[in-house]
Design a protein around this ligand. Structure first.
Ligand code: SF4
Length: 471
């Protein structure tokens, strides 16, 4: 019977059906970071348990890492305790840790693919919401809570209910100045932040097929923001080309055998889906959020919606958003003044993201009143970007060029908004207070749009700044 990728990967990793009716699912790869793991390791110690599969467990440090100057002990006691804990836990439980001395350190969802740990047909778990990123490779990847981190450490398994699968076909081709970030924001705008609850999203169609792996990661990264537990793209030659010669992928003939297996995990023609929706990719505009959820988005040429434009059940949240964001219903979103510009995060802190942003700022200057940060997602990304001179382009334009980490996405390190500052951000969440100030405001957009906002000092359509600079 024709199956979709989710069904195949789920079945291949099913250990048994539990008396509760849930599936005991084997987890192929467990990624760990410093924020959600200390209590889980302590629970192991309390029960005198070991890590079941240390070889399937990889740890890194990302959330609390300062991106300007890294010297130990950190000024922030809490951050120092977290990093000391993961160092000790990695030592005691014999887990590889990409620590601050390691050239491979970076955001957990950047380093997994970069090292080739993330592969098609896998089940992947991490104590972090944006684990859905790894689905770009045709894996089933989801975020888990701390007690589930403990379960995976102790057993390499999770007790889970299977998901329904919605196929989202993005047809046609994206216009100039429209990126993967716009696709994922558009999907969430249409289907809502709860539209994916109970689902995995299979992203397909000509736009996804022609998208590079970094774009696919951006799209899958935000599946969780649309309520989907996981998002994935069927593996293809683009996937395999990315994975070839990565540190943890098979090599030689073993790689060719792996490709055969990876291809077999893809959705069959005629596979069943619980739901299918189609989006015309050529109609997607550069998109920005105007509110306090990733679903409150508009095209840059549109206006902030009027309450009467919205369904009844969205009006209360919209009223809250207008007040918090200090935006007028019905006003144009373009022209909104920006205080901070942030290019980075596990959504958009990869090489191609930095390249697109640099393309816009090259030969231009950041507006006088804007603080602008370019933060690579990993040390490898930083090295690759520097090898082609992107750091110089950013610096000459007035951006701060930083070290690798989560930085201002969640502001668990010193990179925080101040007061009511409004940040044009390439990250993934615009919740109240997300970027370190309880009253700070976040507007989500593509890295190129962030770069354009940094230069203009206000939200602006990046297409007006392309002038032949598009890739
Ligand atoms: S970059 Fe942001 S969303 Fe991604 S792992 Fe770090 S804090 Fe989480």
């Amino acid at each position: 019977m024709a199956q979709n990728l989710f069904q195949k990967v789920w079945d291949a990793h099913t250990v048994r059906t539990l008396p509760s009716g849930q599936t005991q699912l084997f987890i192929g790869l467990h990624l760990v970071h410093e924020v959600t793991s200390p209590q889980a390791f302590q629970m192991l110690r309390d029960r005198d348990l070991q890590v079941a599969y240390p070889g399937r467990t990889f740890a890194t440090v990302d959330h609390i890492v300062p991106t300007d100057q890294v010297s130990r002990p950190f000024a922030d006691d809490m951050a120092e305790q977290m990093i000391a804990a993961i160092e000790e836990n990695a030592r005691q439980f014999d887990i590889p840790l990409l620590d601050l001395e390691d050239e491979r350190q970076g955001i957990v969802h950047v380093i997994g693919p970069e090292l080739g740990l993330t592969q098609p047909g896998m089940t992947i778990a991490c104590g972090d919401s944006h684990t859905s990123t790894h689905g770009a490779f045709g894996s089933i990847a989801f975020g888990i809570g701390t007690s589930q981190v403990r379960d995976v450490l102790a057993t390499q398994c999770l007790a889970l209910d299977p998901l329904k699968v919605r196929r989202i076909e993005v047809t046609g081709a994206l216009g100039k100045g429209v990126y993967a970030k716009d696709v994922t924001l558009d999907v969430i705008r249409r289907l809502g932040v709860k539209g994916g609850v109970g689902y995995a999203y299979e992203y397909a169609g000509s736009v996804m097929q022609s998208m590079d792996m970094e774009g696919r990661m951006t799209v899958c990264n935000m599946a969780i923001e649309g309520g989907a537990r996981a998002g994935y793209v069927n593996p293809d030659q683009t996937t395999f080309a990315y994975l070839r010669d990565r540190a943890y992928t098979p090599s030689g003939e073993a790689f060719d055998r792996a490709v055969d297996w990876w291809l077999s995990t893809g959705s069959d023609p005629g596979a069943d889906y619980d739901n299918v929706c189609t989006i015309d990719g050529s109609a997607i505009e550069p998109t920005v959020t105007w509110g306090i959820t990733p679903g409150q988005g508009v095209g840059i040429r549109e206006s902030v919606p009027l309450p009467t434009d919205l369904p009844d059940d969205e009006r209360a949240l919209a009223e809250e958003a207008y007040a918090y964001m200090d935006l007028k219903p019905g006003a144009a979103i373009a022209g909104t003044p920006v205080d901070v510009a942030f290019v980075g995060s596990c959504t958009n802190g990869r090489h191609s993201d930095l390249r697109e942003a640099a393309r816009i700022v090259e030969g231009r200057k950041v507006s006088g009143n804007v603080k602008a940060l370019a933060v690579p997602g990993s040390r490898e990304v930083r090295k690759a970007a520097e090898a082609e001179g992107l750091h110089e382009i950013f610096r000459q334009a007035g951006f701060e060029w930083r070290g690798a980490g989560c930085s201002m996405c969640l502001a668990m390190n010193p990179d925080k908004l101040q007061g009511r500052q409004l940040c044009a951000s390439s990250s993934n969440r615009n919740f109240k207070g997300r970027q370190g100030s309880p009253t700070g405001r976040t507007v989500l957009m593509s890295p190129a749009m962030v770069a354009a906002a940094a230069v203009a000092g206000e939200l602006v359509d990046v297409r007006t700044m392309l002038n032949g600079r598009e890739a």
